[in-house]
Design a protein around this ligand. Structure first.
Ligand SMILES: *Cc1c(COP(=O)(O)O)cnc(C)c1O
Length: 229
């Protein structure tokens, strides 16, 4: 039986490399995060066997269960990318390597306190509500530098960059507009904090525009694992 997940993964990596070349970028500067929310552990194993190592999860309980089920695959790098309720922050702090969805200072403080001293610092992206949508999490662009300054001081967190989910659009020019504004914020952050190296943007439907705009990490679910229920 053919492994469609391996095929989809290969196609996604190919799409990344084509988009990178069109943008005159080195494809190796773009990390693929496989977004596996709602998908069974067996699907993650297929992606792992095909070489994938970075996985993104949106729901705390489901994500923690997967990290435990796959603990033996100890080179998986787990990213939390979903909305964060403060009463669940401890599970994120202790079971994930990255968190992309920091949208308030209180959550950053909790993660910093809850990360175990024996663990490497939690790698952080601040989520930006780039198109000012009521339905989306994330801080306003103008609040980025002040929250970044606070996170930068936290011993158990390492500030790596920003993440966003722009307003859904099939129009390439519209996609470029949101991604361009994110890229400008990213450059501003990078200038202040040299360790910042992650612009987490681009999903199955807007990968090409994200890469053209400078994304360093694309988060692909449907394109690898197929449609979700
Ligand atoms: C679900 C999700 C993705 C992946 O979306 P696809 O369209 O399935 O590629 C990426 N980022 C976040 C934050 C998500 O919640």
């Amino acid at each position: 039986m053919s492994n469609t997940i391996a095929n989809h993964l290969e196609n996604t990596l190919y799409q990344i490399s084509v988009a990178a070349k069109l943008a005159q970028r080195d494809p190796a500067t773009i990390q693929l995060l496989a977004v596996s929310k709602t998908k069974p552990v067996s699907d993650l194993v297929l992606a792992y066997q095909a070489g994938q190592r970075h996985f993104g999860e949106n729901y705390v309980q489901e994500g923690v269960e997967k990290t435990l089920a796959l603990a033996h695959l100890n080179d998986i790098i787990w990213h939390f990318i979903g909305p964060i309720q403060s009463n669940k922050s401890k599970f994120i702090a202790q079971h994930f390597a990255w968190c992309h969805s920091i949208d308030r200072l209180k959550i950053a403080q909790r993660l910093n306190n809850q990360r175990l001293p024996s663990q490497a610092p939690l790698q952080i992206c601040i989520q930006i509500n780039i198109d000012n949508e009521a339905s989306k999490a994330g801080i306003a662009p103008e609040d980025l530098m002040s929250i970044a300054a606070e996170i930068e001081q936290m011993e158990h967190l390492t500030l790596r960059g920003i993440m966003a989910i722009p307003k859904a659009s099939d129009d390439y020019a519209t996609q470029l507009s949101s991604f361009g504004r994110l890229a400008a914020l990213y450059e501003q952050l990078k200038t202040r904090y040299p360790q910042v190296d992650t612009l987490s943007m681009g999903m199955s439907g807007d990968l090409n525009a994200a890469i053209a705009s400078g994304s360093t990490m694309v988060r692909v679910g449907t394109g690898i694992f197929g449609k979700r229920q």
